[in-house]
Design a binder for this molecule. Structure first.
Ligand SMILES: [Cu+2]
Length: 153
């Protein structure tokens, strides 16, 4: 038997296994997806109250490990408004995200504890025509869009 062939064969098999393992391990890299979700204005006694629209981050609690880099994917599921996610305690702010768009940023939590992630955009007024054909003026208080970031040892 040709020993050289055997060695090359074994090396090739090891490389292929290493490659496949690396592929699957990197596919599971720690990317966290956070969505800004919104409920449509609820009807109350026949009146639709646009100011009652609720906006939340989903999930609104995320757990990270201190010192471990993470990729945050922020998706805006709102059909009208632009949103933005910030983690003020870590000096991190995403790009503004238009309706149905997403953005990605990376950061490394450097301290342990509970922190807030929030949309830090200033209050905005949106004027649009809703699904009933009614012109709506909606005040959007982004500071209500909050979540908790738990950084563990
Ligand atoms: Cu917002």
């Amino acid at each position: 038997m040709n020993q050289k062939f055997l060695i090359i064969g074994v090396v090739a098999v090891v490389l292929v296994i290493a490659g496949i393992s690396y592929y699957f391990m990197s596919a599971q890299s720690s990317a966290i997806i956070i969505r800004l979700v919104t409920t449509n204005p609820p009807a109350q006694g026949g009146l639709i109250l646009p100011q009652n629209e609720k906006r939340n981050w989903d999930p609104d609690v995320i757990e990270l490990t201190v010192g471990t880099p993470v990729t945050i994917v922020v998706v805006n599921n709102d059909d009208i408004e632009t949103h933005q996610l910030a983690i003020p305690d870590f000096g991190v702010t995403s790009q503004p995200i238009k309706p149905f768009e997403s953005t990605t940023f990376e950061f490394t939590p450097t301290k342990i504890g509970n922190f807030t992630f929030i949309d830090t955009r200033p209050q905005e007024i949106y004027n649009y025509t809703d699904y009933r054909g009614v012109d709506v003026q909606q005040t959007v208080n982004h500071s209500l869009e909050k979540g908790t970031l738990i950084v563990k040892p």
